[in-house]
Design a protein around this ligand. Structure first.
Ligand code: AMP
Ligand code: MG
Length: 425
């Protein structure tokens, strides 16, 4: 017998295997998937986190009427005397938000006006309270202020923010709290959205038992399911708990068959390699048109992708670290596309490294990382993909490019905060 030389690197690329670069894998996912959800409507109060099914046009301008941006005194700019100190007689009455002044302001006069009040006819400029003096405090009849205001000062024009008919939010927008303010202000109370994408999460592995159950020595608690279900919820999808199955093809087949009636996509973890007990990949290969993408990524390979009765299945690796990285990098944009939200951009930040590392060519690497007190990206002490504590320690990932790299301390590296993947910090 002549064994191969010892490499002692489980991530080494086997010779003669076609490794798919991360970007190519992402391009294929992007071109191969499309939205699978139907449109519906929800009340504005329920629209946070939902995905717009149409472009939204303003039904009302903002502001609907020209109004004052401050508490002060309004007048017509053209009628102000040309003097260093301007004095204007005050009319009786005032304009307040929601309580307009009835009538028009005579030329050369000023009127008390409060923030948000519609500008009375004859007012195009407002002077701030703080810049004026009154003749008497109790029942003033005159104001005085210095020269130098510009025409239109302290006034908001009608429609200066948006006009009726302007597209204020595009289709596929993932609605955040600020978008609800915009929808409300523009006159919308019922919002066209896509139905929520339903995503099932299934754990596999005969050694895996649910958290909290009595575990024998050889068993491990299911760490992936609570993590993945929570992530699905954070992304605004309906998380469907498909439970756990042992490494048993028949049980797995039944579970997948049940699942497809309830969900639009499935994330499985474990059993996705080509080992003897990797029943997920075996079953998907035999009956689900499995595409095993040997993706040049660490951690994370292999990623098994299949259609089970038309429902996309993402066969994630069992290691929680690899499962999370694959979920963030590959499953997230795919699920966003299925949900009608479109393919999300990933915004990284170039930050100085707090570490040094020599990286080999030919694979993308994602390191668990966080920003230290000096604003540098610090990486977890171990790259072992079974180290769940490092996932929890991290606040994001450092992404190292496919090429070889010799990273020295203070070199710039790409930091991707978890929040950029739509996760709460
Ligand atoms: P596998 O992808 O099935 O080869 O599993 C890789 C490693 O991940 C093994 O050590 C498994 O025991 C572990 N693993 C698989 N599923 C889970 C899970 N749900 N939670 C925690 N660890 C898991
Ligand atoms: Mg396994």
């Amino acid at each position: 017998m002549k064994p191969p030389p010892l490499k002692n690197d489980c991530f080494a690329m086997p010779a003669g295997v076609d490794w798919t670069p991360v970007d190519l894998a992402l391009d294929r996912l992007r071109s191969g998937l499309a939205s699978v959800v139907a449109p519906t409507t929800v009340d504005l109060s329920q629209a946070g986190g939902r995905v717009l099914a149409q472009d939204i046009k303003a039904l009302r301008a903002n502001p609907p009427l020209a109004n004052s941006a401050v508490d002060g005194y309004g007048f017509a700019f053209g009628a102000v005397p040309d003097a260093d100190i301007c004095e204007l007689p005050l009319v009786v009455g005032r304009a307040a938000a929601g309580i307009p002044f009835d009538g028009s302001l005579p030329q050369g006069h000023a009127i008390r006006i409060l923030t948000g009040a519609a500008l009375p006819l004859g007012v195009d400029t407002v002077v701030l309270d703080e810049d004026t003096r009154l003749d008497t405090a109790d029942a003033p009849t005159k104001i005085a202020f210095h020269r130098g205001l510009r025409h239109g000062a302290n006034c908001r024009k009608a429609g200066e923010d948006f006009a009726v008919g302007d597209v204020i939010l595009p289709k596929s927008n993932h609605l955040g709290a600020a978008d609800l303010a915009l929808l409300a202000a523009s006159g919308h109370n019922v919002v066209p959205v896509f139905k929520r994408l339903r995503v099932g999460v299934l754990s596999t592995g005969s050694e895996v038992v649910p958290a909290g159950s009595a575990a024998t020595e050889g068993q491990i608690f299911d760490a992936n399911r609570p993590m993945l279900l929570d992530i699905i919820g954070q992304w605004g999808f309906d998380a469907v708990d498909l439970g756990h199955v042992d490494d048993d093809v028949d049980v797995l087949r039944d579970r997948l068959n049940d699942a497809v009636a309830q969900v639009d996509a499935i994330l499985t973890s474990g059993g996705a390699s080509a080992g003897d007990e990797d029943h997920v990949s075996a079953l998907l290969a035999a009956e689900g048109g499995l595409q095993t993408w040997r993706i040049a990524v660490k951690p994370g390979r292999p990623l098994a992708l299949a259609l089970w009765r038309g429902v996309p299945v993402f066969g994630l690796p069992g290691n929680p670290v690899a499962a999370l990285v694959c979920t963030l990098v590959f499953a997230r944009p795919s699920l966003c596309l299925l949900s009608g939200a479109g393919w999300p951009a990933r915004q990284g930040f170039a930050v100085p490294a707090a570490f040094s590392k020599t990286k080999k060519a030919g694979r993308r690497e994602f390191l668990r990382a966080r920003i230290n007190g000096d604003g540098q990206a610090e990486v977890f002490k171990s790259e072992g993909s079974g180290r769940i504590s490092g996932l929890s320690w991290a606040t994001g990932l450092v992404e190292l490019p496919d090429d070889a790299q010799d990273i020295r301390k203070n070199d710039l590296v790409q930091f991707l905060p978890y929040s950029e993947f739509g996760l709460r910090p």
